[in-house]
Design a protein around this ligand. Sequence first.
Ligand SMILES: Nc1ncnc2c1ncn2[C@@H]1O[C@H](COP(=O)(O)OP(=O)(O)OP(=O)(O)O)[C@@H](O)[C@H]1O
Length: 257
Amino acid sequence: MIRLDAVRVTLDGTEILHGVDLMVEAGSWVTIIGPNGAGKSTLLRAVGGLLPFDGSVTLEGTPLARLRRRERARLVATVPQTPVVPPGMSVLDYVLLGRTPFIPALGRESARDLAAAAAVLDRLDLGGFAGRALDTLSGGERQRAFLARALAQEATILLLDEPTSALDIGHQQEVLDLVDELRRDHGLTVLATMHDLSIAGEYAERLVLLSAGRVAAAGPPREVLTESLLADHYHARVRVIDSPDGPLIVPLRARPS
Ligand SMILES: Nc1ncnc2c1ncn2[C@@H]1O[C@H](COP(=O)(O)OP(=O)(O)OP(=O)(O)O)[C@@H](O)[C@H]1O
């Protein structure tokens, strides 16, 4: 469970988040949508303990500030938008970084750590890449390796910042289906950000529309993905088509008159 009360973030003297309240129930999936610069990544970084903030963030009922680094790493795994890629590091070693909270100080990874990393590489079609340097992978392969590292961490909360932006449509579905399966089978709690609104609505139980650092709307996808809200906050011309899997968002081009 993730709970934010009146969270404010100021970066370099500018207030970016202006008092955000948010609740993600254990085992549910919430996706934050909103235009560029709205503060989506900032919000995720605050929840991941990567940024100072005012207000309160609690994870599984414990205030973030009270969690030690290692405890936090057992609870929450983050896939940032642009993770640091250590030059020359193999995909397997990178994914094993996700096991750090389980490895004793000055110790080595156990057979259990290696098995967890191998299983997750396999699930993400990356088995054949284990020995390759991460910085030689294609953008989409690398993005799956970033997710693999986070999943290897086996945390109860997963924070995903634009996790499928570099993926082809098939791998997009594979990755999101896998996350959803982990949510259903293991009670994983998911907080994501996404720009593809149709896909956002297909996977999340609730969407939060963040605009200029404030929650502009929150609720089930059909309540948030409306033509008027998208026009107001994205300045976009779209048609919303209702489908059994949720609203489908079709961008409309301006026609010269
Ligand atoms: N260190 C910083 N100092 C000042 N402003 C910052 C800093 N980091 C981010 N910002 C600003 O904070 C705002 C929110 O950024 P953030 O990355 O959270 O937006 P976002 O909603 O994730 O956008 P996008 O959809 O483009 O990824 C932006 O206007 C950004 O320029």
